[in-house]
Write a new protein. Sequence first.
Length: 83
Amino acid sequence: MIMHVTSILASFVSPVDIGTTPQSLLLALPLIAVIAVVYKATKLEEFTFASFVKESAILFGSISVFMILAAVGLYLVMQFTVG
């Protein structure tokens, strides 16, 4: 039992190597989904499953689109300034 606990605690000492490939950006999608679900779960006044899924999907889409637009904007700024 103690070995399992120390093994779990030891895993937090060193960071996980994710990489810098474009495919590694796909790891942001589950994080965005969790943020959208938790935010809508705390903000909806009337909780029905259909409205919850709809509102969470809309928020997930809007966060994703904003992040893509911000990335494209930063890329363009970098191209114009650095070359």
